[in-house]
Ligand binder design. Sequence first.
Ligand code: MN
Length: 193
Amino acid sequence: MKHVLPQLPYAADALSPRMSGETLEFHYGKHFQTYIDNLNRLVAGTGFEDMTLEELILKADGGIYNNAAQAWNHEFFFNGLSPVPSSVPSVLEDAINANFGSPDSFRDEFTQAAVSLFASGWVWLAVTPDGELRIVSTPNAGNPMRDGLRPLLVVDVWEHAYYIDYRNRRADFISAWWDLVDWNVVGKRFQNA
Ligand code: MN
């Protein structure tokens, strides 16, 4: 299977000014594309050639794992954004309240994890097999599916995600990112988990 760069569900400049067209040009058009290109090159002629990204995340290691996970993580990240404001669906809000106390304490805990992750990486909201919500920080190309959790929401805290628009101000990027989260998508992921 040849992996291809998925289409964005919005125009490349639709998230501006919180996430500029220039950031999308580089983050989506170049970084994400490079993971896809590297993956296709690495799996060619190997036993991994016909696996999906999710299968590769569960079965591969090294460069194949890194590029497959970065491809999956970026598709999940970009698909979780929208230029249209949304609110948390009630079924998900109930789970957030049950696990974190309130929407504000969830947001504070998630923000703290995203601001303080001392690495390039990803911060996730994920659900355990028992239906409990967890905030999970993974360095580099980590993915909670490796630990049996289903991802619901992710923010990319690699510097390439925010350096064009926010330079070193990761906290400002996180604050703007919250405004872009597509809670309808996150709610559907929760219902399907
Ligand atoms: Mn990225």
